[in-house]
Design a protein around this ligand. Structure first.
Ligand code: GDP
Ligand code: MG
Length: 212
């Protein structure tokens, strides 16, 4: 009897960058997604991780770029453009206990939207994440503020605790992948020249990748 062809599902590969100011939990979120664990201290991790996931019966390769925030604004600015060009989707993290980190997110969204051209019909694949939900007694940013920012910028919004919960973190990336599918930015298609250059730099970047 002939085996059914199981190789018909469309594979997807996407580059995701995790951004936000210092100590908001970018590394904690990334490491939680990849290992399901919360280690507590992460140092200045700079890495692009590549990992396969099965989401909605579809195999998805996610390349996730986590880097420390640089206080040197010129370094931050040049890296910012590199990240925005590289990425197909954006995880923008703030801490619900840090008002300045929230303010930085609105500026990031505007910069991303003006750096990368999105067709008006497509929603920019951005997810706004309010992290450290477990520290609600120290909260300075209301959930409604995060929700409103996302609504006004056509982004997704989640509040999570990387410290306490794996599933909420998974939901963030799941939501973003759905958004990217909608935007049809990350579905594999014949590579144009620009696409090949992009893939090459992703390969080189991955040489530095630590595997956790
Ligand atoms: P990054 O600089 O944005 O990468 O931030 P890190 O991931 O290194 O986290 C900065 C600090 O916040 C560390 O001490 C983490 O343990 C802590 N942290 C990260 N996520 C959470 C969280 O959800 N809740 C709490 N209470 N602490 C967190
Ligand atoms: Mg970090």
């Amino acid at each position: 009897m002939e085996k059914p062809n199981t190789n018909v599902s469309l594979k997807m590969e996407a580059n995701i960058v995790v951004m936000g100011t210092e100590s908001v939990g970018k590394s904690a979120l990334t490491v939680r997604l990849l290992t399901r664990r919360f280690i507590g201290e992460y140092g200045d991790i700079e890495s692009i991780y590549s990992r396969n996931f099965t989401l909605d019966a579809r195999e998805v390769t996610l390349n996730i770029w986590d880097s420390p925030y640089s206080e040197d604004l010129s370094v931050e600015a040049s890296l910012f453009h590199k990240k925005v060009r590289w990425a197909d989707g954006y995880v923008l993290v703030y801490s619900i206990c840090d008002r300045a980190s929230f303010n930085a997110i609105s500026r990031l969204i505007q910069s991303i939207k003006s750096t990368k051209d999105y067709l008006s019909a497509d929603k920019a694949p951005i997810v706004v994440v309010g992290n450290k939900r477990d520290l609600h007694h120290r909260r300075t940013v209301l959930s409604e503020e995060g929700r409103l920012l996302a609504l006004n910028t056509d982004s997704l919004f989640y509040e999570v605790s990387a410290a306490e919960n794996y599933h909420s973190v998974l939901t963030v990336f799941h939501g973003l992948v759905d958004r990217m599918k909608d935007a049809r930015l990350a579905v594999k298609r014949p590579l144009r020249f620009k696409g090949i250059v992009k893939s090459m730099s992703a390969v080189f970047a991955r040489r530095r990748t630590d595997s956790l």
